[in-house]
Design a protein around this ligand. Structure first.
Ligand code: AHR
Length: 526
């Protein structure tokens, strides 16, 4: 099962395009720009004390041989800076409701050691704590999103954590922060009141959690004037939970969170990250697309209780979840990544953009070495995953205005898990530029696409594809799947014609004909 060969395509695309494409031309039309801003925070990430995400992935300690600055890996920091990661959620996940922040402050040799009971029973020495996380956020230029413990922690503990991080008073807890080396408060805005309260976060009912939310939210004071509190949503498809939260908590919450994982098989046997057949490939995409129904139905309930849209929808965990790589700790959730993951990411972003009138943040799970990660590390080596490259190709969408698109003449792969469109599209505009992304889900065929309603000339175009959909970026071959310049397009009308001496038309209504490689993502900047 081959994705079309990228090298071959770059030379022979024009000749082969019509010969190997089985589907008729798909027409994608750009509509007038909406009034929806795609919040940059939709490109957020999540880093948990799980496996090798924090330790080895982000933090190696100042004495490590791995090049680092004050204990943070230089290669990972650089890669994350390059992405303009807008927000990072920490310390969990399930770990959050077992985490006691006081264990992770003060002299390292005096920090409490605990057993990470959620994730493989690994010893957690708390060498990466509040200071290490918040300083890291400042160094990479990202906003911190703290996930608070309400499962095993008291309201007093969470209240004091918020005070420690954000207050500038002379209280004992704030002076403790100063003694530990930080004079000014950090700019912490986002605060999760628990995590998956229906499961690892305390196995609560929605009624009980609503009351608890109100209680913890009361004592976590708004010292910096913009503390933003996020409530846990229910498990996938539990709309009753949403009803109860909207009714009982209402606008005491600023954000309501959903988690959605794409699992090709089931929770006992997730399926391999690299060995899958064509059927499982399409099932994975179909399941990833099911998030739209979950989002739409949740929003429908939110709209009934909150017509003024005071409460945002926050997808603070999402991504693919496969079986762990053979030979690795089952509790560490280490998986490889292929073009399949890249397509899941791109299709998910297209959905998040569409619902960006309510979705203001999303955090992929997770940043390094866990689930659908951006980055993999091994010793002093690093590989960027195809998902990383999608985030990079989509950088232009951060804080851009959503441009709706319509698609005609599309074809579909139909399965019991849902329909996978051959072509998906998303677009936006910002600072006079338009960004258009086309996604060809078809594993075997090139697809001709006519883009209509295009204004301006193509400035650049990039493609992400692979010789084979199973290809991965390994430590030995880290550049197997990465974006390349894309030349498989022809611009007609609009600016292109005017430049050839044609009639000036105010750059309106041009067309771009694109020949999409099989299993590919193309981003065009106008
Ligand atoms: O991301 C891994 C885990 O998945 C998180 O800890 C938990 O919140 C979810 O179930």
């Amino acid at each position: 099962m081959k994705c079309a060969n990228a090298f071959f395509i770059s030379f022979c695309l024009a000749i082969l395009g019509s010969m190997t494409s089985t589907n008729a031309q798909v027409v994608v039309t750009l509509q007038p720009a909406s009034n929806q801003t795609i919040s940059a925070d939709i490109y957020g990430q999540f880093s948990e004390h799980l496996g090798r995400c924090i330790y080895d992935g982000i933090w190696v300690g100042p004495d490590s041989d791995i090049p680092n600055k004050n204990g943070y890996r230089l290669d990972v920091m650089e890669a994350l800076r390059d992405l303009q990661m807008p927000v990072l959620r920490w310390p969990g996940g399930c770990f959050a409701d077992d985490y006691h922040w006081m264990d992770g402050i003060g002299p390292k040799d005096q920090r409490t050691k605990i057993c990470n009971n959620n994730w493989g029973g690994t010893l957690e020495d708390n060498s990466f704590g509040t200071h290490e996380f918040l300083d890291f956020c400042e160094m990479v230029g990202t906003k911190p999103y703290i996930s608070g413990n309400i499962g095993s922690g008291t309201p007093e503990e969470l209240a004091k954590w918020v005070e420690y991080m954000t207050s500038n008073s002379q209280s004992t807890v704030v002076n403790m922060r100063r003694t530990n080396g930080r004079n000014e408060p950090w700019d912490v805005r986002y605060l999760g009141i628990g995590n998956e309260a229906w499961g690892c976060g305390g196995n609560m009912t929605a009624d009980y959690y609503s009351d608890l939310f109100r209680r913890y939210a009361t004592y976590t004071r708004n010292y910096n004037g913009h503390l933003y509190k996020v409530a846990c949503g229910g498990t996938t498809g539990d709309y009753g939970w949403t009803e109860i939260l909207m009714r009982k908590v209402g606008t005491m919450m600023d954000g309501y969170s959903l988690h959605y994982y794409t699992v090709p098989q089931d929770w006992n046997h997730h399926g391999s990250s690299t060995e899958f057949d064509e059927n499982e490939y399409y099932i994975t995409l179909a399941k990833a697309l099911q998030i739209e129904d979950f989002i739409a139905r949740t929003i429908e309930i939110m709209e009934r209780y909150d017509t003024a849209r005071h409460i945002d929808l926050v997808i603070d965990e999402w991504g693919t979840w496969y079986d762990v790589e053979p030979g690795t700790n089952p509790g560490h959730l280490y998986q490889q990544a292929t073009m399949r993951d890249a397509l899941v990411a791109a299709l998910s972003f297209a959905i998040f953009h569409q619902y960006s009138y309510r979705i203001t943040m999303a955090n992929i799970a997770q940043t390094v070495n866990v689930l659908q990660s951006m980055i993999l590390t091994e010793g002093n080596r690093m590989a960027l995953t195809p998902t990383y490259h999608v985030f990079k190709m989509f950088k232009g969408y951060q804080d851009a205005t959503w441009v709706p698109t319509t698609i005609e003449n599309n074809s579909y792969t139909t399965l019991s898990e849902g329909r996978v469109p051959t072509i998906a599209a998303t677009a936006s505009t910002k600072d006079g530029r338009t960004y258009i992304t086309l996604i060809n889900t078809n594993l075997k065929h090139l697809q001709s696409v006519k883009l209509q309603g295009v204004q301006g000339k193509v400035l650049s175009a990039q493609v992400l594809t692979a010789k084979d959909v199973h290809d991965t970026n390994t430590f030995d071959q880290p550049n197997e799947v990465e974006p390349k310049e894309f030349k498989g397009y022809k611009q007609k009308g609009g600016e292109a014609d005017r430049r050839k001496g044609g009639k000036a038309d105010g750059m309106k209504g041009g067309e771009v004909e694109v020949t999409m490689p099989a299993c590919s993502i193309v981003t065009i900047t106008l």
